[in-house]
Write a protein that binds this ligand. Sequence first.
Ligand SMILES: [Zn+2]
Ligand SMILES: [Zn+2]
Length: 366
Amino acid sequence: MVYRAAVMPAANQPLVVESFAAPTLEPGAALLRTLYSEVCGTDVHLHHGKLDVPFPIIPGHVSVGVVEQSMGRLSDIEGRPIKEGDVVTFLDVHETCNNCYYCLVARQPTKCPHRKVYGISYSATDGLLGGWSEAIWMKPGVKMIMLPKELTAETFIGGGCGLVTALHAVDMAEIRLGESVAVLGVGPVGQSVVAFASLSGAGEILAVGAPRQRLVFAQRMGATATLGLDMPSTARVDVARRLTGGRGPDVVIEASGAADAVRDAVDMVRDGGRVIVCGHYTDNGAIEFHPHWQLNRKHIELKGCWGSRYDHFHRAVALTARYGDQKPWREMVNGRFTLEQANAALSAVENRKAIKAAITPNPSLV
Ligand SMILES: [Zn+2]
Ligand SMILES: [Zn+2]
């Protein structure tokens, strides 16, 4: 049996569709027939050569598929069996070792040096280990989660990895009921930050970004006010203060990936507030920073948020199942592409024609 996959041969090279032999499944492994795999900003960065990855790669890190074949008894973390025919998603990160300083002493498993990520840190020569493929090889130990009946694959993929990152960032921000929150960036991560801030009982939720239709979408996610980037950043800070009793938001979450947005976040947050930076997954340049005025004197907390853990992924499935009819994650997917259309899918995300594009490698199954 062979399966087709879209391969990114090198940075800035067009993707090509190639055929791969089915893997030989070891005990504890499985093979998924892919329903959806997402195209996110990280895939655009990979294509631009901004992350060190083992080209050629099969991209696609957050995916949903049907279990086509499994080797031995597989189960989820609650011991429920995962059987052939079940619709599942899986945590793209695995091989976190639970045996190193970062895992055991620092308790920061997202910094474990042994972790591997589907669609990013595997080469296509390693096999079907990315989602832009008709089938995905679940290695033993990969954490699969069955999608609950009330959760459609489209809703989960609409949130996708941005939703998982957003949940991590909102956890780190420790938003209390009634607190004001500003979200800088209205891409996939920012939209889910707005949704989770609103579900956390935040008061004023200010979404800042562009273009206009994404700000309108952020209002549907729960933003109470929006600000465009056509206004100078000092004016945006002024408006944010006016909306928050002259102080600035209690929490600012940066999800834009623009270096200047980190400066804006620090300037905007109230004295003694919290700033979480989760938009800088790749190097987008430096900013000037004044430790006295922007950090020490303001008495703020500034935290970086890298990757996500199983607990975020697990809760992301539960949250999209529970709130998928209130928060329009499903509508964030505004482009569907076959494997042959992978280059167009990347361009749609790069040119912001789509908040989120989905690859459907087996169109007859969705
Ligand atoms: Zn480790
Ligand atoms: Zn992603």
